[in-house]
Design a protein around this ligand. Structure first.
Ligand SMILES: [Zn+2]
Length: 247
């Protein structure tokens, strides 16, 4: 049986309303606002709360940790909208291991990825390096990435690509493997580190033409590990600026 013209128009109208509504919902879902280092900080704080829930018997202590955790997380997102606050809140419902897992996995769709870079975009950052070895970008997980880092083992060089205010920054330097653990300046964790030294790209006014200044720090050898642990970008940004712009 054919639908009457009136019925058909009505149905089209409903379909249109549904599409508009559905698109709005999808748009809201695609608003990614959690940066990798913020996600790592939440993971750290939530892990602390989980540990308290699993090991402390005094409920008052647990609730104090819970309040502190909620305050620390909300301080990271002072400008979050209602939806964001709802997503990050609800810590009072976290009791069992599965609750903590659910909380963290609910955040995943809201991760703001490191906007993918192209091989030619990377090469432009390092114009002086002939035969630059760029990692396989198709294999990279750009969501869990604060900076793109890779090594050229043949030349003992380590490259860092970071995006600040929409601008790509690239630093290359030598690394001297120490084969021991130490504290990484970027993620502040105890990890396998190497002394990473980059030549400054700037000169003080009046400096001679052969002026050379190197800036060194202990950095994670494995950039993936560093990206999993970094909770604050201040030290990394200070270092990149120190190399590229000056103090
Ligand atoms: Zn690190």
């Amino acid at each position: 049986m054919n639908a009457s013209p009136v019925k058909s128009t009505l149905m089209k109208g409903f379909a249109l309303i549904w599409i508009i509504h559905h698109n709005k919902e999808l748009k809201a879902m695609s608003q990614t606002f959690i940066k990798n280092h913020q996600y790592n900080e939440i993971k750290k704080q939530i892990g602390r709360l989980q540990k308290a829930c699993m090991t402390v018997s005094d409920r008052k202590v647990i609730e104090a940790v819970r309040d502190e955790t909620a305050a620390k997380i909300s301080a990271l997102f002072s400008d979050a909208d209602e939806k964001g606050k709802e997503l990050l809140g609800g810590l009072e419902t976290l009791k069992e291991e599965a609750d903590f897992r659910r909380y963290m996995s609910a955040l995943e769709p809201y991760l703001a990825e490191f906007e993918p870079v192209t091989e030619s975009g990377i090469k432009k950052l390092f114009p002086k390096i002939k035969k630059l070895k760029v990692p396989n970008l198709a294999e990279m997980d750009f969501r869990h990435m604060t900076y793109l880092g890779w090594r050229d083992i043949a030349t003992n060089r380590l490259f860092i690509v970071y995006r600040q205010n929409g601008k790509l920054l690239g630093v290359e330097g030598k690394y001297a493997p120490s084969n021991k653990k130490g504290v990484c300046f970027a993620c502040n964790r105890h990890a396998e580190v190497a002394l990473y030294t980059a030549a400054a790209k700037w000169k003080p006014t009046g400096a001679s033409s052969d002026y050379y200044r190197a800036i060194g720090n202990y950095l994670c050898v494995h950039s993936e590990t560093c990206n999993e642990n970094i909770t604050n970008v201040d030290a990394l940004e200070t270092f990149l600026h120190g190399v590229l712009v000056g103090p």
